[in-house]
Design a protein around this ligand. Sequence first.
Ligand SMILES: NC(=O)c1ccc[n+]([C@@H]2O[C@H](COP(=O)([O-])OP(=O)(O)OC[C@H]3O[C@@H](n4cnc5c(N)ncnc54)[C@H](O)[C@@H]3O)[C@@H](O)[C@H]2O)c1
Length: 457
Amino acid sequence: MKLSVIGLGKLGACTAACFAYKGIPTIGVDINADSVNAINAGKAPVFEPRLQELIQAAGDRLEATLDFDRAIQDSEVTFIVVPTPSRDDGHFSNAFVEEALADLASALKKVRKKYHLFVITSTVSPGVIEGELIPLVASVSGKKVNKDFGFCYNPEFIALGSVISDFLNPDLVLIGESDPKAGDLLSRIYEKVCDNKPQISRMSIPSAEVTKISLNSFVTMKISFANTLANICERIPGANIDDITRALGADKRISPFYLRGGLSFGGPCFPRDNKAFSAFAREAGVDAFLAQATDEVNEVQVDRVAEKILQDLPNHKKPAVAILGLSYKPNTPVIEESPSIKIIEKLLQAKDLLVEVYDPVALENTRAHFGDRVRYSTSLEECVGSSPICVVATPDKAFRNLRREWFRFQPTTIFDCWRILDRVALGNGIRYLPLGISVQNSPGVFDRPVKLVGKSR
Ligand SMILES: NC(=O)c1ccc[n+]([C@@H]2O[C@H](COP(=O)([O-])OP(=O)(O)OC[C@H]3O[C@@H](n4cnc5c(N)ncnc54)[C@H](O)[C@@H]3O)[C@@H](O)[C@H]2O)c1
C-alpha cells in the first residue's frame, strides 16, 4: 500500500513522516515549494520534537511533490491535512480543503483505477463532508462514492509539542466512514502504524464530525473550570489549587488531564474549535451556554494576570517585566492565541514599560509579532536579570532551572502561573506569587482572601 498526505504543515508533515517511518511509502503534497523541498532534502519543514529524526529514519519511503496527480496515481489512500481557519461567524472555512479536493478529483477523473480512499483529517463542521465535500469530488471526477471512491473523516486529537508520540500512541482513533469498505481500509492503516492498541471508534461521518468538535469543546470547558477554581483558591486562605485538582482528578468521572489551574488555553485549535462548537450549535437551534462561558472565563484569565502585574509595578523602581514562555504551550514555536502574547499586549497598551521576553523555541515568531516593541533575551539568566517582575507564563521544564543569583532586583516579584518553581530554593528577597494559591500579606497584588463562615468551611 502507498499513501499520500496533502498539506505538509504542523500536523501533515508529522502524519506523513509517521506513516513512512512505520514502513508505508508516502507521498507528501503541498502548494508551498519550500515545504516540498525541505522534505525531499530530508529536512523537517516545521518544528516539532522528533520530526527530523523520523524523516531521516524514513529515508526513501518519504517523498514530496507539488503535483496533485501523483497523489492519485501513485497512492491508494489520500489524507487531506490543510488548514481550516475560523471565519468571522465562528464556523470553519473549508476553502483550502475544497481547493485541494477539487485538484485531487480532477486527477481522479483522468486515471483509470478501481478505488481511491479520501480521508479528511482537517477539522470541519458537522454536515460539511456529506453535504459539500463528497458531492464536490463526485461532480468534478464524475465518479461515484462507495463505488469508485470512499470517504472517511479521521480527525486527530494531537497536541503540538507531542504530535509524533500522540499520533503513534493515540487514546482514540476516530473514523467516520462513508461505508464499511472505507472504514476497514483506514482501520488497517492505524493497526499497522500505532505503537499501542488504541480504541478505534467507527461511526457515520456526521457522528464523527460532532465527536471531534465536542471533544475539544469539552476539554476547554475543563480547563476553564480549573482556572475558575484557581481564582477561587487565591481568595481562600490555605487553599491550594494543585491539591484540589489532584483529588478531583482521581475520580474517574473527572480524570486528571487538562485539569490544572493556570493561564488561559490558546493555540491554533482550542479557541477556534470552541467557537465553532457554539456556531454549529446555534445553527442547530441550540444555545451552547457552556461553550460560551468557557470562552468568557478564558478571556478573563488573561486580564486578571495582566492586572496583577500592573498593580505590582509601583512596588518597583524600574518599570520592567520579564516574561518567560511565549508560545501557547511549551515545546512549540506557535504563538497563535498565546495567553502570554495577550498579556504582553495588554501591558504595553496600559503602561510605558520595558518588556523583556524569553522562550526556548518561540523567540523568532515573537520577534515577527512584536518587532522592537519588546526586548529579546537569548537566555533565561539574561531575561530574569533584566526586570524586578518576572512572569512564568508557560510550564516549561527549563524554567525550573532558575537560580536565585540571577535575580538582580531587590525585591523581585515572581508570578508563577503554573507553580513550577521551588519557592524555598528561591530564598528571601523574592515575592513569590503563585497563581491558584492564596498569598497573604501581599495586599493589592492578589485579591484579598475572603473570610469563610458557616458549615461549608
Ligand atoms: N496542528 C494541530 O495541532 C492540529 C491538531 C488537530 C487538528 N488539526 C487540523 O489539521 C489541519 C491542518 O492543521 P495544521 O496545523 O497542520 O496547519 P498548517 O497551517 O500548519 O499547515 C497546513 C499546510 O497545508 C498547506 N496547504 C494549504 N492549502 C493547500 C492546498 N490547497 N493543497 C495542498 N496543501 C495546502 C500549507 O501550505 C501548509 O503547509 C487543520 O484543519 C487543523 O484544524 C491541527
